[in-house]
Design a protein. Structure first.
Length: 198
C-alpha cells in the first residue's frame, strides 16, 4: 500500500491524480510543511529529507522528488501503462521529459518569477522563453508529450500549465491550451480534486 505524504493544493495533489490514474491502492497522510513566509513546521512523520511534499512510502521504501515518484509508480504499477518501461519505445523520451520537469522547467519558471537572469553556460537550465518553445515543439506532434500515449509526465506538465494558465509566465499558445484541456478533463483529475483535502 502506497502512503502519499500530502499537503492540499500543493505539488503533491498531482500524485493523487497519478495514483487515481494507476488504480493503485493508496492512503493519503496529510502533513504540515513550512510556508513561504517562514511560518509552519515540518511534520516529523514525513520522510522527505526537507519535510517537503510530495513523498511516498511503499512498504518501507521512501521515494521523494516528483520525477522519481512518477517513475517509481509507473514502473511499480506497469500494467496501467502510464509510462514506457525499460526497453520499450518511448522510454528515453519519458526519462528525459520527467527529468526536464524539475531540472529545467521549474527553475526556468522560478527564474522568471524572481526576475533573475539565467547565466548561460553556468546554470543547468535555460530561460523560460527558451524552455517553453521546446515543450511546445514536443507537444505539437502530441496530443501528449510522448505522442499518442498519455503518461505520468503529462500529469506533471499538464497540472503545472493548468496552474499557470492565467499567468504571464506561460506564453499564449493554442497547443498548451488544448493540452491542458485534455489533461484536466480526465476523470482521475476530478477524483483527485475531490480527495485533495485528505
Ligand atoms: N523538487 C520537489 C519540490 C517539492 C516542494 O518544494 N514542495 C513544496 C510544496 S508545493 C513544499 O513542500 N514546500 C515546503 C518547504 O519548502 O519546506 C518536487 O518536485 O518534488
Amino acid at each position: 500500500m502506497i502512503t502519499l505524504y500530502h499537503r492540499p493544493q500543493s505539488r503533491s495533489t498531482r500524485f493523487i491524480f497519478l495514483l487515481e490514474e494507476l488504480g493503485a491502492p493508496y492512503q493519503i497522510r496529510v502533513v504540515s510543511t513550512r510556508n513561504r513566509d517562514g511560518s509552519g513546521a515540518i511534520d516529523p512523520a514525513n520522510p522527505h529529507p526537507h519535510g517537503k511534499v510530495p513523498a511516498i512510502a511503499d512498504d518501507g521504501v521512501v521515494v521523494f522528488e516528483s520525477p522519481a515518484i512518477a517513475l517509481y509508480l509507473t514502473d511499480r504499477y506497469a500494467e496501467a501503462g502510464l509510462g514506457p518501461l525499460a526497453g520499450e519505445p518511448g522510454r528515453g523520451a519519458y526519462l528525459s521529459w520527467l527529468s526536464y520537469y524539475t531540472g529545467v522547467l521549474e527553475p526556468a519558471f522560478m527564474s522568471k518569477f524572481m526576475n533573475t537572469e539565467v547565466p548561460r553556460g553556468t546554470a543547468g537550465w535555460v530561460p523560460v522563453e527558451e524552455a517553453m518553445p521546446a515543450v511546445i515543439r514536443q507537444l505539437a506532434t502530441g496530443p501528449y508529450l510522448l505522442g499518442e500515449r498519455f503518461t505520468a509526465a503529462d500529469v506533471l506538465y499538464g497540472t503545472t500549465f493548468a496552474m499557470f494558465s492565467q499567468s504571464p509566465m506561460l506564453p499564449a499558445s493554442p497547443v498548451i491550451d488544448d493540452y491542458v484541456k485534455q489533461v484536466i478533463t480526465r476523470p482521475a483529475y476530478a477524483r483527485a480534486q475531490a480527495r485533495d483535502k485528505g
